[in-house]
Design a binder for this molecule. Structure first.
Ligand code: ADP
Ligand code: ZN
Ligand code: ZN
Length: 664
């Protein structure tokens, strides 16, 4: 054998857990190390693989087994850094995802060729613009620096009310890190926020910043991968996937709005970017700042256990204190009565919105439901049009005159008659953002309304344009779903309306209350951010709900958190356990149910719950049963997952594992 023959273990982008052995000719292909990408033939296909181990010794396989050769090596530019390798290995194991597939989440697209990219119009390098910190901000910064000096891998929870200027704190600490020529990663929950924040950071730090999210072009992603890896770009502002940015030397991770559930990827590689950030920072021994006005119970609990240093910004930056809250009972208050208005809207709500418009200010309206009507119902027999593939009602779209399924995307023309009793008395129930847009157009004088939801915002460009239009006052009312909630900073917004608080409060999930409170506080935080006083109108039926009591200040949020944590502890929910969902899918409902029941019996573990029908029981014509496991430790989680995986393999059932699931 020649002295150049090496052996490598590679991970391939296929749903398998094992690594594969290949021979590597160093003389022909050049030096090789873990993290490098190679091309090889695998079964019948040719694919890219990631090298995980390199060795001179032939693997302990039967002599007769012929070990295939690696056919090529991809540009060094695309190799994964050591900490990214470790991050993927940990992530794949924890979130039960195939290692090879995890690696390829971290590599740039189409690594077999350089795609090139049109250069971004380079702005003249600005002199960093340094704001004077407020006394509160300066104190927090000083405290952080002191702690970091003693222990570089410190974790901070920066709890600051919305508008308190957490970003200024991030910027200040980033300056310290850049001065050591280390990189800074800032994660934000929503793509919509990245562009705006990039500008803020570019102005403040005086250097180019890369945006990192899934909606940018392949060419640009390659380009940024290279620049971040070489250290040419030292600061990245990214959405969830930014956690995989391959810094030359990373020195700080900021997770803004750490409580936000968009950090959890809900498909394929179901990782939580905040939790991966904690892992990566620990591995690199660098500090993390978790920022939020409404920290998650997970993070609060970590603070109690002494794992985070908990710091506060208790005042807003602007002269005006918090916005004024007004609760509007949809039972007691006079509602708008009008033929064409179906959404419950109180007269006083319209009055307040009008006042803001008349003063030349802006209004934001939050309604967490898309479409025109949530469903179409027969007034005579109560029949509801459901999707033929899924167990949910179809959403009505008025302008397109169609019904659409939000799960499988099926679209059909709306029918004239009831499919059960043939009555013509069909009516739309539960109005969504499309209906509200028309209704507010009728009720508000001089309103120019835009909508921010997934039906309207179909691309990143569209999103940026819409937000820009609103910022430039081309519209004075913005109606939106969850998209509206996130950290937008529009100085002219003085009235925020929550159309129906009940929709947030009644969600069937153990995190429902926590999340409702977070959403309501975040939405409220959009009002009166600059030098204009703000107002928030919260409409609802059940105004006595504990969450609304916290919002009203009748119950302190400390007490609320105390009670929530006590309940979680009692029921052994996170943060006191690791929660896993095992979802089994099959077209045959009865076979499936029988099998999963048998499995539950077989495993007989008191911390295993189910089987239960998934909240969305049938989707795409397949049925779903769930088992939930509250694992006392990571090891227990892995043990249970191994058992269940093996079993579902033997039974040839489709299994979907979701560790720390956030959606139902
Ligand atoms: P948060 O992220 O805590 O919600 P921001 O960082 O967005 O708050 O700050 C809210 C507003 O106050 C922004 O418009 C920001 O520019 C301004 N601001 C905060 N701190 C300062 C400061 N020290 N000097 C000048 N403006 C500030
Ligand atoms: Zn009918
Ligand atoms: Zn469907």
């Amino acid at each position: 054998m020649s002295g150049w023959g090496l052996y490598v273990k590679v991970a391939v982008p296929r749903p398998v857990d094992s690594l594969f052995d290949y021979e590597y000719d160093e003389k022909e292909l050049g030096p090789i190390k873990p993290g490098d990408l190679v091309t090889l033939s695998f079964g019948k296909s040719k694919l890219n693989a990631c090298v995980v181990e390199v060795s001179e010794a032939r693997p302990a396989l039967d002599e007769k087994i012929k070990i295939k050769k690696v056919s090529g090596r991809l540009s060094e530019n695309w190799s994964l850094t050591e900490d990214i390798l470790k991050l993927c290995q940990f992530g794949a194991e924890y979130y039960q995802y195939a290692l090879g597939e995890a690696f390829f989440v971290a590599t740039p697209p189409k690594p077999e060729k350089e795609l090139g990219v049109r250069a971004r119009k380079s702005k003249p390098v600005k002199v960093p613009f340094i704001k004077d910190l407020t006394q509160d901000q300066a104190q927090v910064v000083e405290q952080m620096r002191k702690t970091i000096e003693q222990k570089n891998d410190s974790v901070f929870l920066l709890q600051g009310v919305t508008g308190s200027g957490k970003t200024e704190v991030y910027i200040e600490i980033a300056r310290t890190v850049l001065a050591k020529n280390q990189g800074v990663l800032i994660l934000v929950p929503e793509i919509a926020l990245t562009a705006h924040l990039r500008e803020r950071f570019e102005n403040a730090l005086g250097e180019p910043i890369a945006l990192w999210h899934s909606a940018i072009s392949d060419g640009l992603r390659q380009d940024q991968f290279k620049k971040v890896k070489s250290g040419e770009v030292r600061v990245v502002v990214g959405a969830r996937s930014g956690i995989f940015a391959p810094f030359k030397e990373l020195g700080l991770i900021v997770v803004d709005e750490e409580h936000d559930q968009t950090y959890k990827q809900e498909e394929r590689f179901r990782y939580h970017a905040r939790d991966l950030a904690l892992f990566r920072a620990k591995y690199l021994k660098i500090p993390v700042i978790l920022g939020s006005a409404t920290p998650s119970l997970e993070t609060l609990q970590r603070s109690r256990e002494g794992k985070n240093e908990h710091l506060f910004l208790k005042r807003r930056f602007s002269a005006h204190a918090s916005p004024e809250l007004e609760f509007v009972s949809l039972i007691d208050e006079p509602l708008i009565i009008h033929d064409e208005i179906r959404t419950p809207i109180a007269e006083v709500t319209i009055k307040r919105m009008q006042e803001s418009i008349d003063r030349g200010e802006q209004v934001m309206v939050f309604l967490n439901r898309r479409g025109f009507s949530q469903f179409i119902m027969c007034k005579d027999c109560g029949w509801i049009k459901k999707c033929t593939n899924c167990s949910i009602s179809m959403t009505h779209y008025h302008k397109k005159n169609e019904l659409s399924c939000h799960v499988c995307g099926l679209k059909i023309k709306i029918s004239e008659t009831c499919e059960e009793c043939h009555s013509h008395e069909l009516t739309g129930m539960g109005s969504g953002t499309e209906a509200l847009e028309e209704e507010l157009g009728l009720l508000l004088r001089d309103s120019k309304i835009i909508r921010l939801d997934r039906d309207q915002i179909t691309s990143q460009k569209r999103l940026e344009e819409t937000l820009d239009d609103f910022r430039q006052l081309k519209a004075n009312v913005m109606i939106g779903t969850q998209m509206l909630v996130k950290g937008h900073d529009f100085p002219k917004v003085t009235c925020v309306v929550v159309m129906m608080a009940d929709m947030l409060l009644k969600w069937p999930d153990f995190r429902a209350s926590e999340r409702a409170l977070q959403t309501l506080i975040q939405v409220s935080g959009r009002s009166g951010r600059a030098d204009l006083p703000g107002r928030v109108m919260v409409q609802g039926y059940d105004l006595d709900h504990p969450v609304l009591k916290v919002l009203r200040g009748e119950v302190s949020s400390d007490v609320f958190i105390e009670e929530e944590l006590a309940l979680r502890k009692l029921l052994f929910y996170p943060p006191f356990s690791r929660f896993v969902r095992y979802r089994f899918e099959d077209a045959d409902q009865y076979q499936l149910k029988k099998k999963v029941e048998k499995l539950a019996l077989l495993l007989s573990d008191e911390r295993l719950m189910g089987p239960s029908e998934a909240l969305l029981f049938r989707a795409h014509n397949r049925y779903r049963y769930d088992l939930y496991y509250k694992a006392p430790s990571i090891e227990a989680l892995f043990r249970m997952s191994r058992k269940i995986k093996k079993w579902s393999n033997d039974e040839t059932l489709d299994l979907l594992v979701d560790v720390d699931p956030y959606s139902s």
